[in-house]
Design a protein around this ligand. Structure first.
Ligand code: FES
Length: 113
């Protein structure tokens, strides 16, 4: 089990927005986007879209999905599944927990679905 990274407090990441944890901190070689979804929960995916090069954190969060800002592929924040073209490869998920008001990211630990 990897070490948890403190992403910030719950209040620091507004609902409908995301915060990027840079690869130097994640230790995975990838930036990870931590999303505060419209269901009130937090989810994490690799930040880079699986289609081309775009930051999913800069996309639009709707419900528990994020739409890529480049070509509008949508991904499930829960499972990482690519929900529409042009992306067809799932985004990697990472576990997120909220404890005592802190958002904790567990890089390379699959999100529990
Ligand atoms: S880069 Fe994300 S859909 Fe093309």
């Amino acid at each position: 089990m990897s070490e948890a990274i403190k992403v910030g407090t719950v209040d620091e990441i507004d609902e409908g927005t995301a915060k990027v944890v840079p690869s130097e901190e994640t230790g995975t070689g990838e930036d990870i986007a931590v999303f505060h979804a419209e269901d009130g929960n937090f989810y994490a995916l690799n930040d880079e879209c699986t289609h081309e090069t775009a930051s999913l954190a800069e996309g639009w969060i709707e419900g528990v999905e994020v739409e890529c800002p480049m070509h509008s592929a949508r991904f499930s924040l829960k499972t990482g599944e690519a929900l529409c073209m042009p992306a067809f490869i799932a985004a990697r998920t990472h576990k997120v927990e909220v404890k005592d008001g802190e958002v904790l990211l567990f890089p390379n630990v699959n999100a529990e679905v």
